[in-house]
Design a protein around this ligand. Structure first.
Ligand code: GDP
Ligand code: MG
Ligand code: ZN
Length: 455
């Protein structure tokens, strides 16, 4: 097989044919899904979104039921649902997703001017847009740490939600914060939620417990905002704090583009005839640079063939950014999906998660072995009992999260106790100085034990 994908010509012809004839009805006898997808291609050609693309990704983390999704709903108007339309479009990572504009009132003072409303809730003036922000929401049930870590690879900051009416910390509160530590997310805001359910005394006690809990973690010194997400209490203050704490990182549009793939799938129903197949879709977030419709791209490590990986070269047929819809070009921030001409069999079932998209020959190397300088935590998170993290040993199997890639590996050497070489079962495209989350199997589950820096 060549590096070009096998079905490129057919799919390309088909897609181009349908997109060039906006008026032509598709004669799809195939599935509703395929029909819907085609119809979308037809409609897409006429309309590009004029909205502002999200420019910063904020993760919501914390224990189940403490109010993360309710908070995202209060901020964006959308309850982040992992089974929604976004999922089909590839802009979730088995995590929820929503985005919103941050607006400001030109009349009100700094401490009152920030809002997500088109009309200033304080003075009634029309507000102006500052930027669009996106939220990646951890699902309600106990999310696999691996999934959270995959999401964290694209976070620019995080909101840790802690309910004021429960003891702090709860199991996932501890786990999620440790994940931020492992991945190196520093811009954290703590929301002390459900404040209306407790007395003033209890609120102060909960506030102090939170302060003690985050001491010595990445969230030490983070602002703590008492809120009621369900009633929207202190929402304006949270918006202002997001503006202060989770700023849009400096983006250089001239650097080579790089997108982390966090989802991959196909939009065709089983049984669709080859002539009507639409190419594979990749979802994720651009980390640097700009990707444009019609551009040639390369996807690495690519497809596994026997023991080796073959990079994929293809063309971007269209880009959907966040909840905006189709855009001509996409920049860092928010989740997006990229439609390509590659054989959808390759993108099926998240097969290409962990890959990197960029310009041909401009991507980081594909590695089969990593040398890591590891920083182990003192105690294992996610287990009931207080369990010390024991030393790393040759022959031990680890799970590593490298950007959005999840791979297993076996330690082949240990130097001075903390510099290890790991032979990977699944190759990764990455580079020196990348921070990698390290987990080990404890009682049949992988538990986070620290992070490593690629040497
Ligand atoms: N009383 C009260 N309930 C809340 C508040 N925020 C969320 N809830 C409720 O807490 C439950 C869990 O909220 P959800 O957002 O799903 O939590 P998540 O699991 O952290 O995403 C729901 O029944 C919400 O209505 C709040 O500020 N006050
Ligand atoms: Mg939730
Ligand atoms: Zn105002």
């Amino acid at each position: 097989m060549s590096k070009e994908t096998i079905s490129k010509s057919k799919t390309q012809e088909k897609t181009e044919a349908s997109s060039s004839a906006a008026s032509k009805k598709t004669t799809a006898k195939s599935s509703t899904k395929a029909k819907a997808a085609k119809k979308e291609v037809v409609e897409e050609t006429s309309e590009y979104s004029e909205g502002k693309q999200a420019e910063v990704n904020i993760g919501t983390i914390g224990h189940v039921d403490h109010g993360k999704s309710t908070l995202v709903k209060a901020l964006t108007g959308t309850f982040p649902d992992t089974h929604s339309e976004e999922l089909k479009r590839g802009i979730t990572i088995r995590l929820g997703y929503a985005d919103t504009d941050i607006l400001y009132c030109p009349k009100c003072p700094e401490d009152k001017k920030w809002t997500t409303q088109a009309i200033c809730p304080v003075c009634g003036k029309e507000t102006k847009i500052k930027r669009r922000i996106s939220f990646v929401d951890a699902p309600g049930h106990e999310v696999l740490m691996a999934t959270l870590l995959t999401g964290a690879a694209i976070f620019d900051g995080a909101i840790l939600v802690i309910a004021a009416n429960e003891k702090c910390p709860q199991a996932q509160t501890r786990e999620h914060l440790a994940a931020m530590d492992a991945v190196g997310i520093k811009n954290i805001i703590i929301v002390q939620n459900k404040i209306e359910l407790v007395s003033e005394e209890e609120a102060i006690k909960s506030y102090n417990d939170i302060k003690i809990f985050v001491k010595g973690t990445v969230a030490e010194g983070a602002p703590i905002i008492p809120m009621s997400a369900v009633h929207g209490v202190n929402l304006d203050y949270l918006v202002k704090t997001i503006e202060d704490v989770i700023k849009t990182p400096k983006r250089d549009e001239k650097v080579e583009p790089r997108m982390f793939v966090a989802r991959s799938f196909e939009v065709n129903k089983p049984g669709t005839i080859p002539e009507e197949l639409l190419g594979g879709v990749l979802g994720g977030s651009i980390i640097q640079g700009v990707l444009k419709e019609g551009e040639e791209i390369e996807i690495v490590p690519g497809i596994r063939k026997d023991k080796l990986y073959e990079p994929i070269k293809t063309t971007i047929s269209s880009i959907h950014a966040g909840t905006l819809g189709r855009v001509k070009e996409a920049k860092p921030g928010g989740l997006m999906s990229i439609r390509t001409f590659i054989d959808p069999a390759y993108t099926r079932s998240d097969n290409l998660v962990g890959n990197i998209i960029g310009k041909p020959d401009k991507l980081p190397s594909v590695l089969e072995e990593l040398k890591l300088k590891v920083n182990l935590m003192d105690f294992v998170v996610g287990v009931e009992e207080r369990m010390k993290v024991s030393k790393l040993a040759i022959g031990e199997q680890l799970m590593l999260n490298v950007w959005t890639a999840i791979t297993l590996g076996v330690i082949t050497s240990v130097v001075k106790g903390n510099v290890i070489t790991v032979k990977l079962t699944r190759y990764v495209s990455t580079e020196k100085d990348t921070r990698v989350a390290v987990s080990r199997r404890i009682a049949n589950r992988f538990r986070l034990i620290g992070f490593g820096i690629i040497q």
